[in-house]
Write a protein of this length. Sequence first.
Length: 582
Amino acid sequence: MTGAQFDPTSEQQQIICQDGSLFVTACPGAGKTRVMVARAHRIFTKMPIGNGIAFLSFTRTAVSELETCLRRHSLVPSPVFPNFIGTFDSFVWQFLVVPFGLPGSDMRPRLIPDMNDWKVSPYDGARPLPLSCFSRSSGAIDEVAAKRLGFDTSEKTKTTLQSYSTAANRLRTRLREQGILGFDEARAVALERIDDSMWSSRIAAALSARFCEAIIDEAQDCNPDDLRIISWIRDAGIPTKVICDPHQSIYAFRGGITDQLFAFKENYKEHERKSLQGNFRSSQNICKAIAMMRPPPDQHQADEPLGQFKDINYPVHILSYRGTAVPSSIGATFSELVQNIDEDISGCPVLAATKLSGAAAVGQQRGRGKEDATFRLAQAVMAFHFPSGFDDVRFAIEEAHRVILEIENVLSTSSYHKYLSDNDIKPESWRPKVIQILRELRFDPAAFHDARFWHNHAKPIIERNVKTTDRILINQKLKWNVGIETILLKAPTGGAMARTIHSVKGLEFAAVCVVTTPGTLTGVLDYLENGSPHDHAEDARVLYVAASRAQKLLVFASPKSQANRFSSHLRKQGAKVILTEI
């Protein structure tokens, strides 16, 4: 996109041209990246030498997309200094934690991303729980998080629960003394720093001297601690533009927010509140349908379709299925609908809240579970060779490396990221080798009769690239798993690909099929119609995110018990909806 090619709407133009802080609510497909790039271009033309812009988001995918676009238009140098382009986590770490060390520790701070996955076990034989199940401040067990893992606190004695809390607190204290922090702990240190008036004023002065503006995208993915830091950035005198769609907040399990974000908006003056309601992604029927998937107060107006697909009139489809189990006929019917509009099914995913539901919808077996090395290696191979985005490639390389280290038995007493940190293992020392292994492991239907041939091919490749010390044969390390049959065949055969909704946030596709289940859809429709029960609000937002990925064709799979009700609800904005029993 260049200035000549981009013809902004009046809404977009206001945001591009307005100096100072802004709170921007943007609908799906609103062209946020184009607006941010145009804003950057405007600032760079008059920015003093030595100043920069801080571009922050909450996912690597969003950061990668923005940086690619900025570089494409030669708006940032290499290296990017004095600008900053990165995740909110990396900004907090680089500017509020690392330069000053940790109170109470002489050790160099180390960020370990998987720290929350470390196990807490108060005594031998006790069931281990991840550190994420414990309050950072008190060590108390999060009853909801623990129960989600099958650990019911109501069935445990007070003594047992206290022993877990004590063990969690001791682990955190020991890690803090060693300078080891997770993302949550890094936030806590950053908050301690900005709450200290002396530190706060000095850091604020340094940052405001460097950055003439901060642009914070996807702010619906932040948590209350992030909002405090964003407020501090703004109070430091840095004009701060916050861009978000509160209806796409789907990270409650990370402490995500919705109501707090609406309240945060009140900190901005009336002229500092803007909106982007033009949808450049989706067709008119999709825009009308997704409007009805917002909370009742926000269903009154559909976003205006403005993009290349605005005049496409494909109806929204609801595929009604019998029973409570998700059938494989969903994927087959969706493939036919995609074929009818001359799109490639391999680029049109079936989306579900869980991997299990998505796999069932496209007829995939799930194998023996995510902990199986063979199953995970096959997933990594397919993600590497048939990626749908940057995150797929990154996941594939890291997951393959993790599997190799597990086979080498070096992670038995350490987490993956801690092992890398403890041994000062840099990505450049292992990535080339892992990439080469993934290339050798490519599944080629012309070369392999079936998944068993690939499995037999994979074992010697792994064996000659690993160093085992426990005398366990590779046949025991990479056992046959029937689940890899469908994993390896999913992309080459051209069938619909199942993906979780969380994994496609920020992406777009010509067509999507969104799988709903009886246990969820009933509560979602209750919430969409009445605003309650509120505990189904996030389930509704998850479906909203999934549906808003579609550009031309939107398909839902619905249990028959709710199909007519769902269809009637989506039609209230005038969307054309076809209900079909499968």
